[in-house]
Design a protein around this ligand. Structure first.
Ligand code: ADP
Ligand code: MG
Length: 679
């Protein structure tokens, strides 16, 4: 496809800025659709302007000055035959002062309100006009953009794209016959340059036929892509594992607990998949603490009993180490050899592990990202298990897949629940198992919202809990702008809390520590040698210390809801009544308040993810990178649910009758969609 930088009119900086929006070719640019529109198609006489409504006026500047009270502002009076209008700018450049001089003819667009001197527009857009400057014939689109990329530049770029791009249909007309929707090119034109007669409300709600046409195309592309993934999987062979006869029952016999019904159900689903001649691609979802690890271990044993190696990969060293120790306790009595592989090992340890993996002596390999490095050669990898799969990119997942010949089965685990509507569409190439109950004997975590000014009370509470033999986490605020600042905050908090609690053993763990140091701290906390653990969000995933029953999270309002829920899941793992205290800065915004309310009221990871979805949108929740299937840019699964149904049945129709058109349709829609993986 033509790259933007090869097209006349696209300078390097323009192409680079569009690149930041994920737009690298002309097709993607065509599908970069407006957020909203402004109506500059007619001019309203100043006398007829209406309060609180955006409008366009035109006139001559009769007065202009920079005032300094009550605050610095550039103020001008615009006059037409019917009256006067004040223009007010609180931020302005010298060039704007030059344009807004007495005698200038201006066209201004903005929202009108009552000012001190009558009608006023604050920060209107404006331009100098000549005697006969025409008004545009269509509504002016406002596009999503990035800093440094002006609306006028995007508009110009899209005009070029509309002339040079491919606006033809990718599929025969009968695909659209039942829908009565306009054509592709016509729809694009109507969305980029709508006529002023259009129903603006419907247009901005994306419910006009033109929007629906594009939404349908997008959904259809998504369905086609999923079916291709699915068909690929059916065409690939994988080793077939008989259900385990010995190892799994030996494991379960040694366990100090019985599996929950939900664990048994998902274990059976996985067991069945592994008997199939095609690679399993199963996502095991379960709330924090629902007991996914033991289920994964059972799957590994099925592979091992069939003389194939299994691998378990975790996103952090802390978590991988913890898995390793757990697997060791469970599997050592069964005489299973486990290898351990991370980036922080000594060369000797690493070579030893690599040899054991290559020769097949290592029956199970536990590790971090180090597992899919090139030097790692398995003798026969039969099952790859990926914990906290949303932490890995789709390419990393694929890399592990390529470590086996034939393709290994894959089990992915996640505690970040994906609401059902999403899992059906984004994860349609995966089968999903859900552990929907927690092991018995857990007392739910009590959540408290406390304003930061009551910090002293909280400190007292931490002291009491620790002196009574419990353990506590103190989670430092997330500082997204700067990792260095985050680190400094963690160090400061650590020092302060050490001073505050001379009678307690306080520890610190953060993402920048050497893995060995991190492990030492976590081990000391696990063993109870540390009572209060100051931590950055590195403890978010998977760490399991049952005796920890109190958690304080600072600046909770800065964190994502699912993240808070995961953090909170670190406590409430033992028999003790657990509490999670969310400290917030006073003066919460409306949204921050709504979000914290959700986490306060709900202990249900699915409900929380659903709320997160509503507040932040699916991109944030899944991360475009992680989903493996492109995100929807136009369609909305709730609003366009009828189109989704049609797209599902039409996808089959297209594959059956027009298989040769599929690639073209996918190219149009998928080439612009993040990390789309061609199969
Ligand atoms: P997660 O699903 O968050 O990964 P884990 O697998 O770490 O959860 O399990 C959390 C804790 O619960 C572990 O200590 C684990 O040994 C324990 N556990 C798992 N299943 C059960 C069960 N059926 N009954 C009691 N405890 C269990
Ligand atoms: Mg886990």
């Amino acid at each position: 496809m033509t790259q933007l930088s090869d097209i006349k009119g696209f300078t390097k900086p323009l192409a680079a800025n569009l690149g930041k929006l994920g737009i690298s070719n002309i097709q993607a640019l065509l599908l970069h659709l407006p957020l909203r529109y402004i109506d500059e198609t007619h001019i309203t006489a100043i006398r007829d302007l209406r309060i609180n409504e955006p409008a366009q006026a035109e006139g001559e500047v009769v007065h202009a000055e920079v005032i300094y009270k009550p605050r610095k502002a550039l103020v001008a009076r615009l006059e037409d035959a019917s009256g006067q209008l004040t223009l007010r700018f609180l931020h302005f450049y010298p060039s704007q002062i030059a344009t807004l001089k007495v005698g200038a003819k201006l066209r201004v667009y903005g929202e009108v309100r009552h000012g001190f001197f009558g009608y006023e527009m604050v920060h209107p857009t404006f331009k100098a006009v000549g005697v006969a400057t025409e008004v545009p014939e269509t509504l002016t689109p406002v596009y999503p953009t990035v800093a440094g990329l002006a609306q006028s530049s995007i508009r110009k770029a899209i005009r070029i794209a509309m002339k040079q791009g491919d606006l033809t249909e990718t599929l025969p007309a009968d695909v659209y016959a039942g829908l009565k929707l306009p054509g592709f090119g016509e729809s694009l034109l109507a969305l980029h340059h709508p006529s002023p007669e259009v129903d603006l409300y419907a247009l901005e709600q994306k419910t006009t036929p033109h929007w629906r046409r594009l939404a349908f195309d997008e959904l259809l592309a998504q369905q086609l892509s999923m079916r291709k993934h699915y068909a690929r999987r059916r065409s690939v062979s994988a080793p077939q594992f008989m259900p385990s006869r010995q190892l799994v029952s030996a494991l379960l016999k040694n366990l100090p607990f019985a599996l929950t019904a939900a664990q048994q159900k998902v274990a059976l689903e996985i067991e069945r998949d592994l008997t199939q001649p095609h690679p399993m691609q199963r996502l095991l979802q379960g709330d924090v603490g629902s007991g996914k690890t033991i289920v994964a271990c059972m799957a590994a044993l099925q592979s091992i009993e069939n003389h194939w190696q299994a691998a378990l990969m975790a996103p952090t060293e802390i978590l991988a180490e913890q898995h390793y120790r757990k697997m060791f306790t469970w599997l050592n009595p069964l005489n299973i050899t486990i290898a351990w592989l991370t980036g922080s090992q000594s060369k000797k340890e690493r070579e030893f592990a690599l040899a054991a993996i290559a020769e097949g002596r290592a029956q199970l390999v536990v590790g971090t990202h180090a597992l899919f490095q090139e030097a790692v050669q398995f003798k026969n990898l039969g099952l790859a298990i990926i914990d906290e799969q949303h932490r890995f990119g789709v390419h990393q997942r694929l890399a592990l897949r390529q470590k086996g010949q034939p393709e290994p089965h894959q089990l992915m685990m996640s505690a970040t629940p994906i609401p059902r509507t999403l899992s059906m569409s984004y994860y349609a190439d995966l089968d999903v198992s859900v552990i929907d109950e927690l092991p018995p004997g857990r007392t739910p975590v009590a959540t408290k919202l406390v304003a930061d000014i009551r910090r002293d009370e909280i400190l007292q509470r931490v002291r009491e809990a620790c002196l009574q033999g419990n353990q506590a986490y103190w989670v430092c605020p997330l500082i997204e702008e700067s990792e260095a600042l985050q680190l400094a905050t963690a160090n400061d908090t650590y020092t302060l809390l050490q001073e505050e609690f001379p009678e307690l053993k306080v520890g610190l763990v953060h993402g920048r520590m050497k893995p060995a140091e991190k492990q030492a701290v976590m081990a000391a906390f696990s063993a109870g040698d540390i009572q209060l653990l100051v931590a950055t969000t590195v403890i978010e995933v998977g760490v399991d210390v049952p005796n920890a029953s109190l958690m304080v999270i600072e600046h909770a309002e800065r964190m994502g809801l699912s993240q808070l829920h995961q953090l909170r899941g670190r406590v409430g793992r033992g028999a003790n009544k657990s509490t999670c205290i969310l400290l917030y800065q006073n003066k919460l915004s409306e949204t921050a308040r709504a979000r914290l309310k959700v986490i306060y009221e709900s202990n249900d990871g699915f409900a929380i993810a659903q709320a997160d979805l509503q507040i932040r949108g699916p991109g944030e929740l899944l991360g475009v990178r992680q989903s493996g299937v492109p995100m929807l840019k136009i369609a909305d699964l709730e609003r366009d649910v009828d189109l989704l149904e049609t797209a599902k049945s039409m996808a089959d129709h297209v594959l059956q009758h027009y298989p040769n058109n599929v690639e073209r349709h996918l190219d149009r829609w998928m080439s612009s969609a993040g990390e789309y993986v061609k199969v």
